[in-house]
Design a binder for this molecule. Structure first.
Ligand code: HPA
Length: 274
C-alpha cells in the first residue's frame, strides 16, 4: 500500500476515536509538553495504535495525540513530534499534518525549541515565526503530487498566516509577555551547528535556528491549513564565542517558556471565529 492509502487508514482510525473534529492542531516541541496542561482532555490516542504512524523517539517527546477543549474550542495536541534526524523520511514526519488536514482541522499551531541567532534575543522568551528557510536539504512534497491534497507548486508567500501573527502579537502585548518576531531556519541536525554554519544562517537572514517545524509548515501550506509558529528561544546561537550546548539544556529552558507560549495560544484561540 502506498502513502495515500496509509494516511487514509490512519485518518479512519483516528476518526473512530473522537466525537468532534478539532478546529486547531497544536504541535508540542522539545520541552514544551507542559502546554497540554491548559487543555481539558477528552481522549488520547497513542501513536503506536495508529496504523502506519511513526513512533516518537526524541527526548522530551511523548507519543500521543490528545483531544480536548481549549477555551471551549475543539483542539488536538501532538504530544511529541517526529524529527528528520530520527531517521524518518519527510513524508513520515509530516504524516500527522496530513491526518489533521483530512480530519478537517483548519489551524495548525507549531512550537519548537530554537537557538537565537539574533544578537538581541535572550533565552527564555518566545519568538513568533514570521517566515522560514528550509535548509534541511529535503522536502516532504518531493515525489508525485497528490492533487486531492494540494497543488504541485504551492505558494509560500505567506507561509505563516499574517492574521494569526497579528493575533499572537496582540495576545503577547495584552499579557505583557516579552516576545520577538523573526525568521526560523531549519537544519537537519542532530548535531548542533558549527560557528561557521551559524554565521552563514545569520547572513541568510535567520533569527532563530532549529531542527523541526519547516517540513510540517510546508505540508500545512500545501494542504490549506492556516499556520502559527512560535519558537522558544533556548540558547544563544551566536557564532562568536559560542558556548557548548546540550540537548538537556535546551529542554530545561524550553520548559520555562512553555507557559508563556500556552498563554499566547489561549488568547489567539479565543479570538478565532467560532
Ligand atoms: N540549534 C539547533 N537546534 C536548536 C538549537 C540550536 O542552537 N537550540 C535549540 N534547538
Amino acid at each position: 500500500m502506498g502513502y495515500v492509502e496509509d494516511v487514509k487508514e490512519a485518518v479512519n482510525f483516528v476518526e473512530k476515536q473522537i466525537e468532534r473534529t478539532p478546529k486547531v492542531a497544536v504541535v508540542l516541541g522539545s520541552g514544551l509538553g507542559g502546554i497540554k496542561d491548559a487543555v481539558e482532555v477528552s481522549s488520547k490516542v497513542k501513536y503506536s495504535d495508529i496504523p502506519h504512524f511513526p513512533n516518537s523517539t526524541a527526548p522530551g517527546h511523548a507519543g500521543e495525540m490528545i483531544f480536548g477543549k481549549w477555551n471551549g474550542v475543539d483542539v488536538v495536541l501532538m504530544n511529541g513530534r517526529f524529527h528528520y534526524y530520527e531517521g524518518y523520511s519527510m513524508k513520515e514526519i509530516t504524516m500527522p499534518i496530513r491526518v489533521f488536514q483530512l480530519l478537517g482541522v483548519k489551524y495548525l499551531f507549531l512550537t519548537n525549541a530554537a537557538g537565537g541567532l539574533n544578537h538581541s534575543f535572550e533565552p527564555g522568551h518566545p519568538m513568533i515565526i514570521t517566515d522560514h528557510i528550509n535548509f534541511m536539504g529535503d522536502n516532504p512534497l518531493v515525489g508525485k503530487n497528490v492533487d486531492e491534497w494540494g497543488v504541485r507548486f504551492p505558494d509560500m508567500s505567506h507561509a505563516y498566516d499574517p492574521e494569526l501573527i497579528k493575533l499572537a502579537e496582540e495576545a503577547a502585548k495584552e499579557l505583557t509577555i516579552e516576545y520577538y518576531k523573526g525568521v526560523y531556519i531549519a537544519f537537519s541536525g542532530p548535531n548542533f551547528e558549527t560557528p561557521a554554519e551559524l554565521k552563514m544562517a545569520r547572513y541568510f537572514g535567520a533569527d532563530a535556528v532549529g531542527m523541526s517545524t519547516v517540513p510540517e509548515v510546508i505540508v500545512a501550506n500545501h494542504g490549506g491549513l492556516r499556520v502559527l509558529g512560535i519558537s522558544s528561544i533556548t540558547d544563544r546561537a551566536i557564532p562568536e564565542g559560542l558556548e557548548p550546548l546540550t540537548g538537556e539544556e535546551v529542554i530545561k529552558i524550553a520548559e520555562k517558556t512553555g507557559k508563556k507560549i500556552a498563554m499566547i495560544f489561549e488568547k489567539v484561540i479565543d479570538k478565532l471565529e467560532r
